[in-house]
Design a protein around this ligand. Structure first.
Ligand SMILES: Cc1cc2nc3c(=O)[nH]c(=O)nc-3n(C[C@H](O)[C@H](O)[C@H](O)COP(=O)(O)O)c2cc1C
Length: 156
């Protein structure tokens, strides 16, 4: 399968989880491209102008994994801006994940990942998997492995 991972990451946490998903999927024979969703311009605060790695369409991909940090108990505004202008996603295998500093998913992670799923459904997608990684937990590595396994298993 041809899989895209559009990911927003300010300090690298979410990107590192995307990297691990890429490795896992590539080992299983999939072709994977990570698309960095970034903000430029303005005062440097989100949302500025959202740019994403020169990719203007997701039409060439059969699978898409959206990744974002949690900001202010919600989906990061930059990722929200990106996901609000997504092309139609009908027929694609879609999954979403977030990373957050606070220790429990109910502290913003669950809400953020639900926001992502809702935006995907608005574009015609069925969301097959979601994941939350609580970065501040001592068991972070276990949470990362669990999220990577849960999301990538959707593509088997
Ligand atoms: C502006 C801002 C707001 C944040 N708000 C939350 C929050 O509400 N809940 C939470 O758990 N973490 C919050 N965080 C922490 C990030 O979600 C967390 O560190 C995440 O793993 C960062 O991912 P990144 O390195 O990919 O940017 C916030 C971080 C920033 C910069």
């Amino acid at each position: 399968m041809n899989v895209a991972i559009p990911v927003h990451s300010r300090t690298g946490n979410t990107r590192s989880v995307a990297d691990r998903m890429q490795q896992t999927l590539e080992s299983a024979g999939h072709a994977v491209r990570i698309i960095d969703v970034r903000t430029t311009g303005g005062s440097g605060q989100e949302p500025g102008e959202t740019v994403f790695d020169g990719v203007t369409t997701l039409s060439g991909y059969d699978g898409i994994i959206f990744g974002s940090p949690v900001h202010a108990f919600s989906l990061a505004p930059d990722m929200e801006a990106f996901m609000k202008v997504l092309p139609p996603l009908e027929g694609k295998t879609v999954a979403c994940f977030v990373t957050q500093a606070f220790p429990f998913p109910w502290m913003g992670g669950t809400r953020a990942v639900r926001q992502m799923a809702k935006l995907c459904r608005a574009r015609g997608a069925t969301v097959s998997g979601t994941g939350v990684v609580n970065w501040g937990r001592t068991c972070r590595e276990k949470l990362i492995r669990r999220a990577v396994e849960k999301i990538t298993s959707v593509f088997r």
